[in-house]
Design a protein around this ligand. Sequence first.
Ligand code: BMA
Length: 314
Amino acid sequence: MFARHPDNPILSRQDWPYPVNSVFNAAAVLLADGDTLLLCRVEDRTGLSHLCAARSANGIDGWRIDATPTLKANPHDYPEELWGIEDPRITYVPELEQYAVAYTSFARGGPGVSLALTRDFKSFERFGVIMSPEDKDAALLPRRLNGDWALIHRPVTPTGAHMWVSYSPDLRHWGGHKVMLEARRGGWWDANKIGLCSPPIETPKGWLTIYHGVRQTAAGSIYRLGLALFDLEKPEICLQRGDSWMFGPETPYERNGDVKDVVFPCGQTIAPDGDTIRLYYGAADSCVALATGSIRTLLAWLDAHSGMQEELES
Ligand code: BMA
């Protein structure tokens, strides 16, 4: 379903212009000038994370990396960022002519969801925490649905870590919270804990969405990727959900690193053909890797692989 790039990992700490521990979980966007921009999560040697932009003409190599952190925690004005900021997702919002960056802010209360807007990835308008802890894995949808903005996120509740969608008239006040996709139970690969990966892709059939499932084992967790399709105007309606995972840690750079057995995409770009997906993913919480897929193939796979097992269980 996804072909790994032969030059993987495409970015790692050796590429960084200043000393860091690891570079992973990057958001991605194709800029108006054709460059690919990755907003990487960078963990420095304090153990805390910030975000740093890398730009490339071909999205594969020749990365031009900001000489200093692009978006740093600012705990003085935003105490929810005391322990750093992590795992961004970027959405271009045509109505605002700006990019919306949803990211995890981390402090004593736990991880929460923060939002910032930017035109140039140099200056940012911060909105602060928009979803209180414990919550993460968020992305804004690119347009209003029935008049409201929609945010996908992953709060942790006593029943598990499920994906939700919430609505807002102004990006600041959020409500209309609805469960979008539940973690399965028992022995499933996506039991108990799931979360959004890269922002959903709008297709005529629905929002095509890559999510991660976390399998707890005696040796630790395994982060793998699954697929689901949601209604275009009411994303709380799941139209299809794949039974099996479609991408998981296999290569040495995915299996070994600071956190073993993790593939964690926070972004993708779509080629001018409208079909080719370049998925950028953090591998083992240590580096950034690239895999290429096709929207048509993912939709066809969902047609062939969704639903049967759930019907058996219900
Ligand atoms: C999640 C997030 C990710 C990380 C993953 C595996 O909870 O913190 O940033 O990649 O765990 O460690």
